[in-house]
Ligand binder design. Structure first.
Ligand SMILES: C[S@@+](CC[C@H](N)C(=O)[O-])C[C@H]1O[C@@H](n2cnc3c(N)ncnc32)[C@H](O)[C@@H]1O
Length: 253
């Protein structure tokens, strides 16, 4: 089979299973399988696949047909200006979360602080902390998570990106492992309510870590605890930036 044929076939299979972005997924998985980028596929549509390539692509598509997210299959996800390693112990970083990074950079553009102290609570893959470390040289960044397995991924990402000296990783619940005060506290906390479980897409509810997703019955538990305690860890004129779910409003709060 050629690249063109196998992509068409896989796209049809994924579409039939109701998977959105079927063609994109097929292309990303084939590029991963052939260790090239998607542009190479487009440039060489008539290239034949050998048996080993076909077999490994078939395995990837079978996993995707079971709704496993593409990022867990490839073990990587683009975020900000780099590619992060991910596995099923961490939430797959979302493009929406880059807004937190942009807002944080804006805070320090409009209110400059020399070598700011920054705390990222619930760092997961390290996405926010790493982007801030890359963008604000000299920043003293602390990143925490309640999941040891997630912290392992974050530390590996920091090492791979050469940012391990810029971030202190701490294990624990909310502020419990943290000492000192910060110019900025950021968090993309779990914010899904237990009653929303059923309406989550299969790729999320069956694969992403529950600890990264759910916050009590309403989804607001984490904010309540975090906002209440944050004042003890903020410097005077410090900032608290939180991602919040689209379905959440201050009325809920
Ligand atoms: C929605 S994920 C965000 C991950 C990452 N910051 C991102 O934006 O991709 C929430 C993270 O908070 C962590 N977490 C959940 N409860 C926590 C708690 N009580 N204290 C610290 N971290 C917690 C989870 O393990 C998970 O890694």
């Amino acid at each position: 089979m050629t690249i063109r044929e196998i992509i068409s076939q896989a796209t049809r299979q994924l579409e039939d299973a109701g998977i959105p972005s079927a063609r994109l997924d097929a292309e990303v998985l084939l590029a991963f399988c052939l260790n090239c980028d998607r542009l190479e596929l487009i440039k060489n549509p008539e290239r034949m696949l050998d048996d080993a390539e076909r077999k490994s692509f078939h395995e990837f598509i079978t996993r995707r047909l079971g709704w496993e997210p593409v990022a867990y299959i490839t073990g990587r996800k683009a975020f900000w200006s780099f590619t992060l390693e991910v596995n099923s112990n961490v939430l797959i970083p979302r493009p929406d979360t880059e807004v937190i990074v942009e807002e944080a950079l804006d805070v320090f553009r409009t209110h400059p602080v020399d070598q700011p102290c920054i705390l990222d609570i619930g760092t997961g893959s390290g996405a926010i902390a790493l982007a801030l470390a890359a963008e604000i040289p000299g920043a003293q960044i602390t990143a925490t998570d309640i999941s040891d397995a997630a912290l392992k991924v974050a530390k590996e990402n920091a090492l791979a990106l050469g940012l391990d000296h810029s971030i202190t990783f701490l294990h624990g619940d909310l502020f419990s492992p943290v000492h000192g005060t910060f110019d900025l506290i950021v968090s993309n906390p779990p914010y899904i309510g237990a009653d929303e479980y059923e309406i989550l897409p299969a790729g999320v509810k069956d694969f992403e870590p529950r600890q990264a997703l759910f916050a009590g019955k309403t989804g607001l538990e984490f904010y309540e605890n975090l906002v209440y305690q944050a004042k003890n860890y903020l410097k005077e004129k410090g900032w608290l930036l939180l991602e919040i779910g689209y379905a959440r409003t201050m009325r809920d709060y």
